[in-house]
Design a protein around this ligand. Sequence first.
Ligand code: SAH
Ligand code: MG
Length: 213
Amino acid sequence: MKDIEAYISELREEDNSLIREMEEFAAQNRIPIMDRNGIETFIGLLRIQRPKFILEIGSAIGYSAIRMVSALEGTSVVTIERDKERYASALEYIERSGFGERITIIEGDALLLHDESLPSLKYDALFIDAAKGQYKRFFEKYAEHLTPGGIIYCDNMFMHGAVMLPDEEVPKRNRTMIRNLKEFTSWVMKHPKYETSLLPVGDGILVAVKKRD
Ligand code: SAH
Ligand code: MG
């Protein structure tokens, strides 16, 4: 099949120069922001859901946060990043984007963060895009802050295809991470409180809708 991502990019040329600059900065500095195909699909889903408050785990340089608020009028994002340098770049980009009032970035490890550090305790969407071996822990820690009917989105569910490889073909240094990610995937697919689907776009996006019980 022809390169789907290239095809989509051609159809929708990015006209925002800051977004383009961020994509180039990320490519040059090997910062794993969502790819075009993934972000376009993700934003399409958010436009349907229309969440007012989004919590993101893993800001990197603020790319997905800025894309989310620019697509959703009146929506606020709280985003957490533990890497000092990326946090500093994100702050700068958010400031330049003019969306500073709708994006709150918190520097720190999301797994160690206390609830008091969060500006709000209720979110309609949770976007998990941080350490891939820790997704279950992020999910368990933050799911309580999700409103009924709210949605948890997770990126990189395929880890560029690594989840499909037999264990011994996964590079040793990634084995635990991939094993954890696969365990999380089967666990969440069976979770009785969520209706979950795994979308084969970008690097794999999981969509888990919290039941209203
Ligand atoms: N969502 C971003 C990309 C995030 S990349 C985008 O698409 O634009 C993943 C980021 O998660 C990295 O910058 C990494 O430093 C951060 N991260 C990993 N584990 C974390 C943790 N436990 N707490 C906070 N940030 C974490
Ligand atoms: Mg990602």
